[in-house]
Each structure stands twice: as structure tokens, then as C-alpha cells.
Design a protein. Structure first.
Length: 218
């Protein structure tokens, strides 16, 4: 099977490239930026580029997108071009090529105001039903370990992602979950997985904007 991964220079795209390169699958990465994991450099908006990328492809994992960190660096039109037109280009060319599987990674913005609970309200638990719940579902042991490190939990959380459906329906057994992070912290180790350490931190147009959680004009 030959798999095309879009956004291969990004955090998720690189992680998928690194992981699938260790599998029996043939993986091809495409991105607007050059990287060690980008085989074909080009834009999702460029239909000819997409046609070339899609030749011989059996499955697509689409992670190329503009999202919240790019609000300060890109125009509204750029968001439409990349996220809407680019995705349409991929879908249409995938159909023409006879691609059998297409995985589209979504944005947290899908859930709208569910991500911003009122002051004093619990975090929004993001599942297929987007049902709210209490923060107490976090592993209670975190308090002991956080206290030992002199850490504090955020006063509030705007979202918590629940992977229960993937675990029950797909029998997914995540290795690097919150419990594993706590165990590594308790042992004096880094909380990051080996893959996260390899990928590291990627900036967002640092040549024009100062770095932070999100880019802001310097």
C-alpha cells in the first residue's frame, strides 16, 4: 500500500511519516515547506501538484492545514484556499486516482463554543456526543506528583479529549497517555515520548513574529 501524507513538515505529519516509515507501507510526504520528511514540495491549492502527488496512491492522510497558530500570520483568504480549496483538490484527485481510503484530520474549531465553558463550569469533554463532564475524571494521582514537583494544574481547562470510542471500537491501546506521563514524571524522567523528543518544537513563521504559544506581532 502506498500512502500520501500531507503536511509532512508539521508536527502531526512528521510523526506519521516517522511512524509509517517503520511499517511495511510505502509513504510519500508533501508539504509547502521543505523538510527531511517532505518528498514533494508544493501547495494544496496547486491542482497540478496534487495530481502528481496522487499518482499510484492507495490511501491519503490529510494533515496539511492552517489553524489557530496561523491567525496572526495568514489572511482569511489563505485559510479558505488551504483548508477548503486544498482539501477539495485532494478529495477530487483521490477519487480520480481510485484511492480507497482518505483520513481527514479535523480542527478543534469544529466544536465551537463547546470549547469555552462559562466561568466556574467544568471543561468540555470532546467526544462524538460533546457531552460535558467533571474535571474529577482526571487521574487523581496527578495531585501528589504535581505537589512533589511544585507544579499546579491550570485553574480551568477549556477542553479534554476523550479517546474512549477509539479504545472500545478499534481496540486501540494508547501507550503514551496521561498515566504514562505521570509515571515518567514520578521517576524523574521527561514527560515527552521518544517521538515527541525527535520531532521537537516547530515555530510558526518566526522570522516575522515573536514566538510564544501562538505567534504575535513583535
Amino acid at each position: 500500500m502506498k500512502i500520501l501524507i500531507t503536511g509532512s513538515a508539521g508536527h502531526l505529519g512528521e510523526a506519521l511519516m516517522r511512524t509509517l516509515e517503520q511499517s511495511p507501507y510505502d509513504v510519500i510526504g508533501t508539504d509547502l515547506k521543505e523538510s527531511a520528511f517532505t518528498d514533494k514540495v508544493g501547495s494544496m491549492v496547486d491542482r497540478d501538484h496534487i495530481k502528481q502527488c496522487m499518482k499510484g496512491i492507495d490511501a491519503v492522510i490529510h494533515t496539511a492545514t492552517l489553524h489557530k497558530p496561523h491567525i496572526a500570520t495568514h489572511s482569511k483568504q489563505a485559510f479558505i484556499d488551504t483548508n477548503i480549496t486544498g482539501t477539495l483538490n485532494l478529495l477530487e484527485e483521490a477519487v480520480k486516482e481510485g484511492v480507497t481510503s482518505f483520513v481527514f484530520t479535523s480542527t478543534t474549531s469544529t466544536f465551537g463554543y463547546a470549547l469555552t465553558p462559562a466561568k466556574g463550569e467544568p471543561a468540555a469533554w470532546i467526544t462524538e456526543e460533546v457531552a460535558p463532564s467533571a474535571l474529577a475524571r482526571l487521574i487523581p494521582e496527578y495531585k501528589t506528583i504535581y505537589n512533589k514537583l511544585g507544579w499546579k494544574m491550570f485553574p480551568s481547562l477549556d477542553r479534554v479529549y476523550v479517546n474512549e470510542l477509539a479504545r472500545t471500537e478499534l481496540d486501540w491501546k494508547p501507550k503514551y497517555d496521561f498515566a504514562s506521563i505521570l509515571n515518567r514524571l514520578d521517576a524523574g524522567e521527561t514527560p515527552m515520548s521518544p517521538l515527541a523528543l525527535l520531532i521537537g518544537k516547530k515555530g510558526y513563521h518566526a522570522e516575522k513574529f515573536s514566538e510564544g504559544p501562538y505567534p504575535v506581532e513583535g
